[in-house]
Design a protein around this ligand. Structure first.
Ligand SMILES: [Zn+2]
Length: 185
């Protein structure tokens, strides 16, 4: 029957840069894919992509533990106590918090509301405020201030550790998520 021929069946999925933002993706398929993730990465994915905020503390604990391990291995000197949010008020606690907030996208760009692009009427353009990332641009100066440190000390000691080693934890998470999605969906 012509009605059911292949040409008449329109693609149900819309092109999207991220599978998680694809509204046509059946929930069951996403669950199936998520089941293939290791427990901590699953929590991170739920926090980041499904905005399940109650996973924040668990993921933070993991980042804290990993960062503390790196600090010991590489003999990173740091203050023990800093004034910070309740439960996060150690140096490692705060830097783990900063890394998680940046990586899990909790700091949405105010201009594009985290979408990374702007609709101008007939054209979609890349958001100029966040350069299409959808996140508030974190500068090293802002990071230093958050850690209650002079930009100079931050630059000298913590910039590379933060960008390479600590944020690297999330690169591993993202890699696993994309690998599992490719295999399972
Ligand atoms: Zn933006």
């Amino acid at each position: 029957m012509r009605k059911y021929s292949k040409e008449n069946i329109k693609s149900l999925t819309t092109k999207s840069s991220s599978i998680w933002h694809n509204p046509r993706m059946p929930w069951e398929d996403v669950c199936f894919a998520m089941a293939g993730l290791s427990p901590i990465v699953s929590k991170y994915a739920r926090l980041k992509y499904a905005n399940e905020r109650h996973y924040f503390f668990d993921v933070w604990k993991y980042v804290y533990w990993s960062t503390e391990k790196m600090a010991k291995e590489h003999e990173w000197n740091h203050k023990k106590q800093v004034s910070g949010y309740q439960n996060y008020n150690t140096f490692i606690g705060m830097i783990a918090y900063l890394a998680l907030v940046e990586s899990a996208g909790s700091d949405k760009c105010g201009k594009c509301n985290g979408r990374g692009n702007l609709h101008t009427g007939y054209k979609v353009i890349e958001c100029f405020k966040c350069n299409g990332t959808g996140k508030t641009q974190r500068t090293e100066v802002v990071r230093a201030k958050f850690m209650n440190m002079s930009p100079r000390s931050w630059h000298r000691y913590w910039k590379t550790r933060f960008n390479h080693d600590i944020l690297g934890i999330f690169d591993v998470f993202e890699y696993e998520i994309h690998k599992v999605l490719r295999e399972r969906l």
